[in-house]
Design a binder for this molecule. Structure first.
Ligand code: PLP
Length: 455
């Protein structure tokens, strides 16, 4: 979903042999008829055709193997073409793929809900399914808002989010977002949201220089707490906002303040959930217990679209009534798709039987060691790592999403058969956890080679 908006111009794109791929016949159909996401269709180079996936590799029709260093937009966690996930998908397909989820249910959805509830804090007791990260967040926003209204508190119409936040591309999630380049165009259509400053507020080395300083959450809640429906945060890491890692105290403070004011806290773990930060859920770093928890991306190991919004019993109870008007009138055609739920269950089983969390811990150590080396390069600023994520800022450019270094870097890595897609000047490595040490070292070697060319 998110990447730099500026893709390399065709004329800038290197014509080196290693980036050339012979085109399958269907690529023409793509060029003539497909509109790709986050892509300037006028200037983008033709998309790279992928025929198969195998472990951390994406394989083109002519056999080129590209190392997927960003888990195919942050979703894939156990590798592509995983035999156990494939088998789980095939088994469920033999039974049923999709069932209306109002008035009906099925085993994969029920079992998965129970599994999710058992793996999160005891406060979260209900699971509402939808199909992607944005809808998981929309659901949380709507639950918080209507929850208040159902209890007769109609004054609470304000949401609080953080500077640099990214919560999705639908209107509600855009309103809470604060990535200028993505959201500015639509701002006249947004509902009311206050943005509080993050932990660094423009002074810390890890904050991009253009980051502005809004009032603190404390100030906002002191002034307008009575009007606030919910506070929403990406716990521990702001992903699309530039892979900004927060100290756990920041999250704890947010929870303290929201508790103090009696305001629900929405944890958007669409990106951070399922091990990415080194804990199964990023909230465990606090540890904090949110009132609403949004999950998607890694939920099906990056196989199929599915998301879940977990809610506390208190929020759930606000919707129980003899009055049918208090129902949560929200649902999507593909709510709790049975294929998706079956694959999600198998992914959780893989976490247990293959000690995936231990593997992530070892990856983090490797990342730390290699980033320490990269940090010595003159162009590298603010190298940082957490769990299965390594990120650094490439200095010397103008910073931000439209920094010209992003497309240049992406091109350099692609020429080495490595998929990395910097967010502006933020270069990050976020592989499927199944990446081997050797493959990870190979990517860091390439980073060293490429970044050494910059002053
Ligand atoms: C990706 C992302 C979303 C949106 O998820 P989609 O599946 O792309 O709609 C929401 N919140 C966070 C933190 C994300 O990283």
């Amino acid at each position: 979903m998110v990447s730099n908006l500026e893709v390399p111009l065709l004329t800038q794109f290197s014509k080196s042999a290693s980036t050339q791929t012979t085109s399958p016949s269907w690529l023409d159909a793509d060029l003539r008829t497909v509109w790709h996401p986050y892509t300037q269709m006028k200037t983008a180079p033709p998309p790279i055709p992928v025929e198969r996936g195998e472990g951390v590799y994406l394989i083109t029709p002519d056999g080129r193997r590209i190392l997927d260093g960003i888990s195919s937009w942050w979703v894939n966690i156990h590798g592509h073409g995983h035999p156990r996930l494939n088998a789980a998908l095939a088994r469920q397909a033999e039974k049923v793929a999709q069932v209306i989820f109002a008035g009906f249910t099925h085993e994969p959805a029920a079992t998965l809900a129970q599994e999710l509830v058992s793996r999160t804090t005891p406060e979260l007791t209900r699971v509402f399914y939808s199909d992607d990260g944005s809808t998981a967040v929309e659901v949380a926003l709507k639950m918080a808002y209507q929850g208040w209204r159902n209890r007769g508190e109609t004054e609470r119409t304000l949401f609080v989010a953080f500077d640099g936040a990214y919560h999705g591309d639908t209107f509600g999630t855009m309103a809470t977002g604060a990535v200028e380049v993505f959201h500015h165009e639509f701002q006249n259509l947004f509902f009311e949201v206050r943005h509080a400053h993050g932990p660094y507020c423009g002074t810390h080395a890890e904050a991009p220089p253009h980051r502005r300083c809004s009032p603190s959450l404390e100030e906002i809640l002191d002034q307008e707490g009575e009007r606030v429906a919910a506070v929403i945060v990406e716990p521990m890491v702001q992903g699309a906002g530039g892979m900004i890692i927060q100290p756990p105290e920041f999250l704890r403070r947010i929870r303290e303040l929201t508790h103090h004011h009696g305001i629900p806290l929405i944890a958007d773990e669409v990106f951070t959930g399922f091990g990415r930060t080194g804990r199964f859920f990023a909230c465990e770093h606090g540890p904090v217990a949110p009132d609403l928890l949004c999950l998607s991306k890694g939920l099906t190991a990056g196989y199929l679209p599915l998301s879940a919004t977990l809610a506390t019993d208190e929020i759930y109870q606000a919707f129980l009534s003899e009055d049918r008007g208090r129902t949560f009138f929200h649902g999507h055609s593909f709510t709790a798709n049975a294929l998706s739920c079956a694959v999600a269950l198998e992914s959780l089983a893989i976490f247990d039987s293959e000690q995936v969390m231990t593997r992530i811990g070892r990856l983090e150590a490797l990342f730390q060691e290699r980033l320490a080396g990269l940090a010595k390069l003159p162009c590298v600023q603010g190298a940082r790592t957490l769990g299965g994520l390594a990120a650094l800022d490439v200095g010397g450019g103008d910073g931000g999403y439209l920094d010209g270094r992003g497309p240049w870097l992406a091109e350099q890595f692609l020429a080495r058969d490595i998929l990395l897609r910097p967010l502006g000047n933020v270069l990050y490595f976020l592989p499927p956890y199944a990446v081997t040490d050797q493959e990870a070292h190979h990517v860091f070697d390439a980073m060293e080679e490429v970044l050494s060319q910059l002053s």
